[in-house]
Design a protein around this ligand. Sequence first.
Ligand code: GUN
Ligand code: ZN
Length: 441
Amino acid sequence: MTADPTTSRSALRMALRGDLLDFTAAPAWGAVESTAVRFRPDHWLLIDGGRIAGVQSQAPDDSWTRHDHRGRLILPGFVDTHVHSPQLEVIASYGTELLDWLDTYTFPAERRYADAAEAQQGAARFLDALLAHGTTSAVVFPTVHKVSADTLFAAAQQRGMRLIAGKVLMDRHAPDGLRDDVAQAERDCIELIERWHGQARLAYAVTVRFAPTSTPAQLAMAGALCAAHPGVYMQTHLAENRDEVQWVRELFPDARSYLDVYERAGLLNARSVFAHGIWLDEADRHALREAGAQIAHSPSSNLFLGSGLFDWPATEAAGVAVSVATDVGGGTSLSMLRTLGDAYKVQALNGQRLTAWKALHASTAGAAAALGLGDEIGSLNAGCAADICVWDWAAGPVAERRMDVAHGLHERVFAWMTLGDERNLVASWVAGVKRYERRQG
Ligand code: GUN
Ligand code: ZN
């Protein structure tokens, strides 16, 4: 029997009603009035076959399955450009800065991912948690173990998610059970690239943990992998903490700077995602801009680990793309809203002001563009994947009152961003499939 074409078509066609918010361009620094903001209150977002089909003000006909979220915000799902899947277990660990924190908490937790069952359960828990926080795409560090990357990619594929990840490279200055070697790591990476890169919505990232945990030979191998596979990404940490920067200076005395270590190894390109970038100079920013690389700013982590205050305006003025990341478990929440609230506070400590527009753009369309994925994620444009989140404007009486008295769109959205978190999230769709829904009551 053939399927009824009307029924099967309507199963794929759905429409979400609510206040639609996205961006048509990059908002300027400090501008609370911005033509880059596209706010369409009480509109219908049409989704067909997992992709956005259009937006209209009137209700669509009965061939569309309608979900009425009148009075709620609808945004593209957030893009978290730097987060560690095995570190949910070390979130909120007391008392240390970066290097001690890695030794005391993080490395012991990551060792458990040598076990396939542990890695599989951890990957599922992590991705479901992302979706329950309104994040539908992410650039992720699993662990040094190949199975941690395999299980993460498989879990993302099951959920239809856009995910960029790769086995962590680490052949020195790490404990037993967390080190690889150059030859085995290269074989593992090639196998993982062949198995996962370009499959479904997945992409591989050559994943150097950070310069201190890779020998020069391993950094060179990683650079050669990037050259041999031009479509892959590269992710690592850069200039996060002052003791770390000093250590890199000692380990690589010939390099001009921390970034120069990566550049010499062939790891600086348009698909490079560098987490942090707090302790950079103008020459570094110039090199990042020339390469078209991006900084994944991780404010919650930078505050929690006492790493420093990222200079967003200087980075932007140098022409470097800045996206926003939770960096869990250095960061204390998977919520991009909480992270953006922290980003505002970091800039305030620097005497600057981050608008809601800049913050939300950097965690949606801006991040997508920096990853070369602007046609697929981060906006409500027709043709993009329907990675969509529905949010309550306010959760609880304090936020409700604040919304009641807010004037103008920026004030409302800024209050939402600052007071909101995962409790505001109503539902998340990935490629038009509902993957998270808040429990009633
Ligand atoms: N630098 C090297 N590894 C890590 C990590 O796991 N988290 C953070 N925040 N910085 C790092
Ligand atoms: Zn990190």
